[in-house]
Ligand binder design. Structure first.
Ligand SMILES: NC(=O)c1ccc[n+]([C@@H]2O[C@H](COP(=O)([O-])OP(=O)(O)OC[C@H]3O[C@@H](n4cnc5c(N)ncnc54)[C@H](O)[C@@H]3O)[C@@H](O)[C@H]2O)c1
Length: 319
């Protein structure tokens, strides 16, 4: 730590949530170093407003020796680890990149963080590690029962972090956010798929009967929650971050259609995702005790998101 300025290394900072986190951290005067492999999901243009304020390294976290050179050069105080393969459908087709990045990449970061005496390691996990919940809410103490390759690799990464805490007194905190939405999300995830299809007047694919329930968290609130945990969260603890706002996928698609002035006839039911988790839902009383709460209602967040995609169709086209 140099004076009061904290140097943080953010992996996956060119991703959807990571880039929002970087923007907010820069505003809060952190010195930010981004490490990102710029996979298909990583887009440097997400950082265009803050590129002049940060250091950016195009590096794969699976490459331990190159990663080490960044730790040696930059000597960060804290790590916020977002980098991951994140799309469940891709993990069904080929889980190899998920095993590499989510598990081995995390192990590399733990090892280097130990070697370079990092003060705090914030590990970004997901509520999907709990598996599905038909009723009730998962608490941080609930068992992990991942049901797809993506969530299985995320749970594996958490186990590595937990093992490092127990074995090496590793100063880590685990964060489990619920489903995020907002500007800049890659258009393979449900909400940007729905919006981009409507913008092109094309059918919207809805899995099964659209009965699945998701808890929607606006990305700006998620990044704000992670910053709260960075500043006030306890080491060796786990924090859920969610909105408590749950909606069936079919209802979500209908809401977006209505806001965009299009007919529900665009909805097209498609074969369900194998092993599709029915519902995720988390109890967030622990992070709320740190003084955080979501500021954006789903109604406002979804309107902002629709407006953003409408104004950024050139970006969508480029992808
Ligand atoms: N999006 C959500 O709804 C959500 C919800 C809960 C948790 N999460 C977790 O939050 C984190 C960020 O999610 P996101 O939606 O922003 O993901 P994303 O797919 O938009 O971004 C992932 C980023 O990681 C980078 N990356 C991937 N493999 C890498 C590697 N080997 N080395 C370096 N960089 C690599 C990519 O280039 C990309 O910039 C992930 O850990 C994810 O599991 C996401």
């Amino acid at each position: 730590m140099r004076g009061s300025i904290r140097k943080i290394l953010v992996t996956g900072g060119a991703g959807f949530i990571g880039s929002e986190f970087v923007r907010q951290a820069v505003l809060q005067k952190y010195k930010v170093i981004v490490v990102d492999a710029l996979t298909y999901a990583g887009r440097k243009e997400r950082l265009k407003d803050v590129l002049k304020d940060i250091s950016f390294y195009k590096i794969n976290i699976c490459n331990a020796s190159v990663l080490k050179s960044v730790f040696a050069k930059e000597r960060p105080d804290e790590i916020i680890h977002f980098a991951a393969e994140t799309h469940v459908d891709r993990s069904i087709l080929d889980a190899q990149p998920f095993l590499q990045t989510n598990i081995l990449g995390t192990y590399n970061l733990i090892t280097l963080s130990k070697e370079f005496n990092i003060k705090k390691f914030i590990h970004i996990s997901t509520d999907e590690v709990y598996g599905q919940s038909l009723t009730g809410f998962f608490k941080e103490s609930s068992p992990l029962e991942p049901r797809n390759f993506y969530s299985a690799t995320k749970a594996s990464a958490e186990h590595l972090v937990h093992a490092a805490i127990l074995t090496h007194d590793f100063p880590a905190t685990i964060v489990r956010p619920s489903n995020n939405y907002g500007p800049w999300q890659y258009p393979e995830k449900f909400l940007p798929v729905v919006i981009s299809k409507i913008l092109k007047n094309q059918p919207i694919p809805v899995y099964g009967k659209g009965e699945q329930i998701r808890e929607w968290l606006y990305v700006k609130d998620c990044a704000d929650g992670i910053l709260t945990i960075l500043k006030k969260g306890a080491l060796k603890e786990i924090y859920n971050i969610g909105s408590n706002f749950e909606k069936k996928n079919l209802e979500t698609a209908k809401t977006i259609l209505k806001l965009m002035g299009k007919s529900e006839r665009l909805i097209k039911f498609v074969k369900d995702r194998p092993g599709h988790d029915f519902r995720y839902s988390i109890d967030c009383s622990k992070i709320r005790k740190l003084g955080w709460q979501p500021k954006t209602s789903f109604e406002d967040g979804i309107k902002e998101t629709i407006l953003w995609y409408t104004n950024n169709q050139a970006w969508l086209k480029k992808l």
